[in-house]
Design a protein around this ligand. Structure first.
Ligand code: ZN
Length: 418
């Protein structure tokens, strides 16, 4: 055979191999299973990605007795990854969900390359398999796993016809990041001021040190601001909240140092978390900072949910004040402005629907968070390393930066080991 002819034969073979494969995989998703599929689907009433987890809830009418409900991800080889479901029976309808915690569910970091179809598996005398049907307004989701050696698992969840997850290893695209670090305040806003030091400067200094360590671990990191002079808006297309979404990051950390009205009254580390979250990561972060920086858990009792871990909601006074100013503007309060909504915008607005974001542009005094309805968002934490108006804390913050940063990095390494 001539070289040219060989080349054409190879091209034809590639062409058939490619299309044969595509056909095969499509067929496989609808009929090549080792089990029968029930006719009616299970209805999905909510699903979202928060941090590194996919969460999902739904309902189904079941006539027959059953022992247990499972969510199964079935790949092309008919292998099933099983996830326990919680469920409640109401009359003939059963409500099911992966987790009440927004940062739990299916750990997407552990889903390997492949093509998976979701099934609700009803375990009883026989096993019944139901496809899922999207009953929400949500559309398809794209997720990029934490990067490793320049690669990421790109995940595409297609919900147009059943729930199908395609996972493919690719080089990390330029606009995809693992972490956003947000040095609080900046520009005209100095934050806390104590002993001649400005919080905005320390926030940036610490964020840059943490960024350097994370990059050395192979992560991709974005800062919301790179200097202390530019004025960074909160919302709108150039705002700090926007970074949570446009970077496709898995974690968002807002970096702060604390202060109050009475010198030396409070000291120690505080980690603020959104509602409905598992606290393990926040708790380890507080403990590791305490130990590595030789500091304490904060002695502030308000809003404390665990040693070093805090959760602050809007109070009725906050809501009343917003209600007054909104009625003067002739604007209706948002339904998310209630007492289970985070007080700090940096936790609330970076988490989309999952954390009750509400800055949707109705308030003419501020730009909109155009992602307030997002159902994919990073897991957010607000870190208060210590009190600048506590003499011992301030000396430690200035002289023991490596200790604080080491506590932060240890928590990342221990929890996100790859
Ligand atoms: Zn601050």
């Amino acid at each position: 055979m001539s070289k040219k002819f060989q080349f054409i034969v190879v091209l034809i073979l590639i062409y058939f191999a490619y299309f044969y494969n595509v056909d095969f995989s499509q067929e496989n998703t609808v009929q090549d299973y080792s089990f029968e599929i029930e006719e009616k689907p299970a209805k999905v009433t909510n699903f979202f990605v928060y941090g590194t987890h996919l969460n999902l809830e739904g309902k189904i009418k079941l006539e027959e007795e059953f022992d247990n409900l499972i969510l199964g991800l079935v790949n092309e080889e008919n292998e099933i990854k099983k996830y326990d479901l919680n469920y409640q029976e109401e009359e003939k309808e059963v409500k099911f969900y992966l987790s009440e915690k927004i940062n739990r569910g299916i750990d997407l970091e552990k889903v390997t390359e492949g093509f998976y179809t979701f099934f609700l598996i009803v375990e009883g005398e026989v096993e019944l398999y139901y496809l899922l049907k999207n009953k929400t307004e949500h559309e398809n989701i794209e997720y990029y796993s934490l990067s490793q050696n320049g690669y990421t698992n790109k995940m595409y969840l297609n919900v147009a016809d059943g729930f199908v997850l395609q996972v493919e290893k690719i080089a990390v695209p330029d606009d995809v990041y693992d972490f956003v670090l947000d040095p609080g305040h900046g520009g005209r806003d100095p934050g806390a001021v104590s002993g001649g030091y400005y919080e905005r400067d320390l926030n940036l200094l610490y964020a840059k040190k943490i960024k350097e360590k994370l990059i050395n671990l192979g992560y991709r990191v974005k800062l919301t601001r790179e200097n202390n002079t530019d004025i960074l808006p909160t919302y709108g297309p150039d705002g700090r909240v926007q970074f949570a979404y446009t970077t496709k990051a898995k974690f968002f950390f807002s970096i702060h140092f604390n202060s109050n009205y009475v010198r030396n009254e409070y000291e120690g580390v505080e980690i603020y978390v959104p509602p409905k979250t598992n606290l393990d990561f926040a708790s380890e972060l507080a403990t590791n900072i305490k130990e590595k920086a030789n500091t304490k858990y904060s002695n502030l009792e308000d809003f404390r949910v665990k040693d070093g871990v805090y959760r602050r909601f809007l109070s009725q006074e906050n809501i009343d004040a917003m209600s007054d100013s909104f009625s003067q503007l002739g604007v209706q309060l948002h339904e998310n402005m209630h007492q289970k909504t985070p007080y700090y915008f940096v936790l609330r607005e970076t988490g989309g629907m999952m954390t009750n974001a509400y800055v949707d542009g109705r308030d003419p005094r501020r730009e909109a968070n155009e992602f307030h309805n997002s159902y994919i968002a990073p897991e957010s934490y607000l870190v208060e390393f210590g009190y600048m108006n506590h003499d011992g804390n301030l000396a430690n913050i200035l002289n023991n930066k490596e200790g604080y940063v080491a506590g932060f990095i240890k928590t990342i390494v221990d929890n996100l080991e790859r």
